[in-house]
Design a protein around this ligand. Structure first.
Ligand code: M6R
Length: 615
């Protein structure tokens, strides 16, 4: 949600801000804005509804000069996307400019108080209230500088924020703060790069400081980086080195990031398994488990929390853990879990799954579980993200940056990590015997190659997309391990093509959704040859009898389903538990081509944002 960039140094800030905003546009893209301050204190401020390109068009070639600047790309929370609600917001006297990602929950109360004291507000945003509050504190205290006034102001704020503020009276300084929304400071040679995540920073420096919750930072050309907590304790900045490579955040010749990320999956799954799956040694090495063997062996229950696609990965993991480790599992939407009063006790392990590692609900769920004494195991893609840092232990998915809003390679990497964990724990708990354990390792090791083979099916999926692009509804059905794949297929299609799609366990169809089936309804089945094959075949018959159009993902060589379906896509045979790593790929390619044919914005679908840092 919302992308923040900032620059302070000896280069012109404006081009760096624009480039950074374009890199961060996947976080939110309904309006954009910048503020650039020149050495003589002249502030140039531009905002526009729409994308960064709309902002540039609006500026029609004017290039603000100055070595200090902030920029923002917005995902609207308070007030519709329009020019007035776009960031940066200015203080009443125009001296301060502020950008914000997050939500100020008590903004109404603050706004009322400030309005009573004579402040006038122009936007609907919570952010404008914050910049007025800082201004008021500076004016009233007569002596508090921007850094101190921001720190004091934040003590009155309830909610989540990552902010950057600049002051026209000091063109050599920027103040930053974070609580529950990410903020990274890149340290260059006499210059600083600020961003919501490392993607805009990586081409300039590998040295970064991740701001922690409730920390306020001052970057100054004279004094460097200083950090204090909101309660005014000094913090020594810890500089870490980024491992990201610049190519991973570029399209590399593909038309869209989503397509590039789909095609990266043979590599991303292999990267995820590398060093962990040790075929020659017949073992799995994962520090997050090896360091807590007794805990995993004795665990009474696993609770998996996640949102969206990551939640689908959790559902598949439920089947894996039950099969391989015979441990009870609950899979919860983080947003529901955090507001229940769940019974969590000694011996429970909470597994939090998140691509971004910043999803507000998942973060809140792990904080609650920690308070109640559970051990938290985080599975994240973004290195250094909040969830990875707040978990007791965990495993990175190593899929590399995922820029397309629709999650693809992050999902399969999550499945790969979850398979490793479930198999490892299954062995620790002596549920899997050596033979089955080794067979699973061999199958898992063969997955990248089988995923690679699936990429050759793209032309067939493009044909299917052409055939069904006019549909207004679609059903996705699967059973067992492939039931969550059906949910994921439906989510992928609806989020990028805007075609209404529902995923169901195939047997549930006759309890309601069957009423929707007619000759216009495409029904996408996962009908691979697994434990549920015969049952799924019966479900296909039921759809066929009612005139539905059947498209099926089948195991290579299948004849029975091929005779019933209008289109089939073959995937290689593998262990039932690993089939989702294959069966999900055709649905990704189908959704992608459907969206392209419908001329949708594939990488930035309407109303969505990559990283959901508000609840
Ligand atoms: O970063 P996270 O994995 O925590 O994000 C969770 C969901 O917001 C995310 O999976 C969302 O559903 C995707 N747009 C799905 O493609």
């Amino acid at each position: 949600m919302c992308g923040i960039v900032g620059y302070l140094g000896n280069q012109e800030a404006f081009p760096l801000l624009i480039k950074g905003l374009k890199r961060l546009e996947y976080r939110g893209y309904d309006s954009a804005g910048i503020a650039v301050l020149s050495e003589d204190g002249n502030l140039k401020h531009h905002r526009r509804k729409g994308k960064v390109d709309d902002l540039l068009e609006h500026m029609s070639g004017s290039v603000p000069t100055g070595n200090l600047g902030i920029g923002h790309t917005r995902w609207a929370t308070h007030g519709p996307p329009n020019d007035i609600n776009a960031h940066p917001h200015l203080s009443g006297n125009g001296q301060l400019a502020l950008i914000h990602n997050g939500i100020i929950e008590n903004y109404n109360a603050l706004k009322e108080t400030l309005t009573n004291r004579g402040h006038a507000f122009y936007s609907d945003t919570d952010t404008e209230v914050l910049v007025h509050l800082i201004e008021e504190i500076m004016q009233k205290s007569q002596g508090l500088d921007l850094f101190e006034a921001t720190r004091v102001a934040l003590n009155e704020v309830i909610g989540a924020y990552a902010i950057a503020v600049i002051d026209t009276s000091n063109p050599n300084e920027m103040v930053l703060a974070r609580k529950s929304s990410p903020l990274v400071i890149g340290i260059g040679d006499g210059e600083y790069f600020i961003a919501s995540d490392a993607t805009p920073i990586i081409e300039y420096t590998k040295n970064v400081v991740y701001l922690e919750d409730e920390e306020v930072a001052r970057i100054s050309l004279a004094d460097g980086l200083k950090i204090r907590t909101a309660s005014n304790h000094r913090v020594t900045p810890i500089v870490t080195e980024l491992e990201m490579a610049i190519e991973t955040i570029e399209k590399g010749g593909y038309e869209h990031f989503m397509l590039k990320e789909i095609h990266e999956q043979p590599r991303s799954i292999a990267d995820c398994l590398r060093g962990r799956l040790r075929l020659g040694h017949e073992s799995i090495r994962m520090a997050g488990i090896d360091d807590h063997k007794e805990m995993w062996t004795k665990a009474n229950r696993l609770i998996i929390v996640a949102c969206g696609t990551s939640w689908h990965a959790g559902l598949i993991a439920e089947y894996m853990f039950e099969d391989f480790a015979r441990v009870p599992v609950e899979v919860e939407y983080a947003s529901e879990f955090r507001y229940r009063n769940p019974v969590i006790g000694e011996g429970d392990i909470l597994i939090a799954i998140s691509q971004s590692g910043e999803t507000a609900d998942t973060l809140a769920a792990i904080r609650m579980a920690k308070e109640k004494g559970a051990h938290v195991f985080g599975i994240c893609n973004v290195v250094g993200s909040s969830i990875s840092r707040e978990s007791h232990s965990g495993a990175y998915t190593h899929a590399g940056p995922e820029i397309g809003v629709a999650s693809t390679k992050a999902f399969t990497a999550q499945l790969a990590v979850l398979a490793l964990v479930a198999i490892r724990v299954g062995r620790l708990r002596q549920v899997l015997d050596e033979q089955r354990f080794n067979r699973l390792l061999v199958e898992l090791n063969g997955i990248p190659e089988k995923v690679e083979a699936l990429m050759s099916k793209e032309p067939e999926l493009e044909t299917i997309a052409e055939e069904f692009k006019g549909s207004t509804n679609a059903l996705f059905l699967g059973r067992g391990y492939n039931f969550p794949v059906a949910l994921e297929g439906a989510l992928k299609l609806k989020e990028i093509s805007y075609i209404h799609a529902e995923g169901y366990p195939a047997a549930e169809m006759k309890h309601g959704p069957i009423a929707l089936i007619d000759e216009n309804m495409p029904v996408f089945f996962v009908a691979t040859q697994d434990a549920h094959y015969d049952k799924v075949v019966s479900n296909i018959q039921e759809v066929k009898a009612r005139g539905g159009r059947i498209i099926a993902i089948v195991t290579a060589g299948d004849k029975e389903v091929a005779n019933m379906a209008e289109f089939v896509i073959e995937v290689h045979k593998t262990d039932d538990a690993l089939v989702p790593l294959l069966s999900t790929i055709p649905f990704q390619l189908l959704s992608y081509h459907m969206a392209v044919k419908l001329d949708r914005n594939v990488d930035q679908p309407r109303n969505l944002a990559k990283s959901v840092t508000v609840e």
